[in-house]
Ligand binder design. Structure first.
Ligand code: ADP
Length: 446
């Protein structure tokens, strides 16, 4: 292709040569006229091309690209190439921007972009929920005019990197956010919000748990310590008194042992999702042993019965199920007062309408008011702390039951009314019912 400057120079020279020839042949006036005509024609051609380009540039596309041959063709093609390159770069930038926006939207944490005057430039959906922002109306407003919290305004002004503000949004009671400010480019800021509600709740639970365990251990330890101090001060005591003191110390140390055993059991149950050993459990034999244990605990003060068929079986961990069933049975004995006629406790096994097996313990004891029922499986939750302690309770029995059931995909149903006794039902999924009677049995259910 001929370069533009060369083509134009050639055209001018051609016009000059023709004009000189005409001038020599027809006189100077004719030569000038020929030069003017040639230059006029050249001008008209270029003005035409320029106006076509002007029109085409309004909406440049390959389909409407003017295709004049020669030098102008080169110019059009060059402009089109440059425009296409520019459009491609713009598309790539748009795609990347969209990708970044999608990634920022997908973050579990809230992100708010503020300008140097704390005006809202952009925020993701999480931040909008956390701080109660409305992206369609709030962009351009100062964030402190939207979230009217004096602490936040002061924090935005003075926060340094790694400073944190704990914030409880008024529009979402119960939620706790942790806010952090990250400065960037020319006084702009990122305000990042993290939802720490669960972490805070876990922290409170952990603190409560440690306080509860310490308190539970402190009481028997104080009793033992008191007796030991007394023995140190007065080493010689009447035999009867010494025997009584030692008996009480044994009782308190048994209480501590039971608490530690329950804590160890709980921590083992919480350590995994499923029983380590799945086996065929002979529920009849297990219920039989539990009735024996309950009779020993009751010392003849209750009527204890069982309605369990001899072929009652389930798959699961015999040790864990024994612990869960045993806690329900011992609770029934402990919370059924000794009366005349004696309180009645019944262990039963049946199948429900969905084919799932159901183990129930029913008593005629003190019963439980409805408002306590949802909280009974919380660690150390007791309706009557004094009665629980008096009867040797640790406050962990039903928490153990809950974890055993979780590991066996079973549920606990509690039905009770104050003064009218309780029914605790464990409902197993149908697939845990044993159909293969030839499978090996966990014979020693204890
Ligand atoms: P505890 O060692 O105190 O018995 P549990 O976790 O076994 O702890 O039970 C939690 C609370 O549930 C008990 O303190 C008691 O108030 C109540 N409870 C459990 N079983 C019964 C029942 N059969 N009758 C009445 N109250 C019960």
């Amino acid at each position: 292709m001929i370069p533009v400057w060369f083509s134009l120079t050639l055209k001018f020279m051609s016009i000059a040569v023709v004009a000189v020839c005409v001038g020599l042949w027809q006189g100077a006036a004719a030569g000038w006229a020929a030069a003017c005509a040639g230059l006029g024609l050249l001008h008209a051609v270029h003005v035409n091309h320029l106006s076509r380009m002007e029109r085409w540039l309004i909406n440049p596309s390959a389909d409407t690209l003017p295709d004049p041959s020669g030098t102008w063709g080169l110019v059009f093609a060059g402009v089109y190439r440059a425009l296409r390159l520019e459009a491609r770069k713009r598309d790539a930038v748009d795609r990347e921007l969209e990708l970044f926006t999608q990634a920022a939207q997908a973050l579990p944490d809230g992100i708010v972009m503020l300008d140097s005057g704390d005006q809202l430039l952009w925020c993701n959906e999480t931040a909008a929920k956390h701080l109660g922002l409305n992206p369609s109306t709030d962009y351009g407003l100062r964030i402190t005019n939207i979230v009217r919290v004096a602490r936040l305004a002061a924090f935005l002004q003075s926060a340094k990197r790694d400073d944190i503000l704990d914030y409880r949004p008024a529009h979402n009671p119960g939620q706790t956010l942790s806010l952090e400010v990250i400065p960037f480019s020319d006084g702009r800021k990122l305000l990042v919000s993290f939802d720490i509600t669960l972490i805070e709740r876990a922290d409170t639970t952990r603190r409560d748990f440690i306080a509860n365990v310490s308190h539970e251990l402190r009481t028997p330890l104080t009793v033992i310590h008191g007796f030991l101090e007394h023995m140190t001060d007065a080493p010689v005591q009447p035999a009867e008194q010494a025997r009584r003191h030692i008996g009480m110390m044994v009782q308190q140390s048994n209480r501590m042992l039971k608490l530690v055993d329950d804590l160890l059991m709980l921590s083992r149950l919480e350590g995994g999702d499923a029983p380590q050993r799945e086996e065929r459990v002979d529920v009849y034999a297990m219920a039989h042993m539990l009735v024996e244990d309950a009779r020993a605990l009751s010392a003849g003060r209750h009527t204890i019965e069982m309605a369990v068929a001899p072929d009652a079986c389930i798959t699961g961990s015999a040790e864990e199920l024994r612990s869960a069933f045993g806690n329900l049975v011992s609770n029934a004995v402990r919370y059924t007062p000794t009366t005349l006629p004696p309180g009645r406790i019944t262990l039963a096994w049946r199948t429900n309408e969905k084919g799932g097996a159901l183990f129930s313990v029913t008593d005629t004891g003190i019963g439980i008011a409805a408002e306590h029922i949802p909280r009974l499986t919380e660690r150390f939750y007791r309706v009557d702390r004094g009665r629980s302690r008096e009867t040797g309770g640790t406050g962990l029995g039903l928490a153990i039951v809950k974890h055993v059931l979780l590991r066996h995909q079973a549920t606990l149903e509690i039905q009770s009314e104050p003064g009218a006794g309780c029914e605790f039902r464990i409902v197993f999924p149908p697939w845990r019912s044993v159909t293969d009677v030839s499978a090996p049995v966990a014979a020693d259910a204890a």
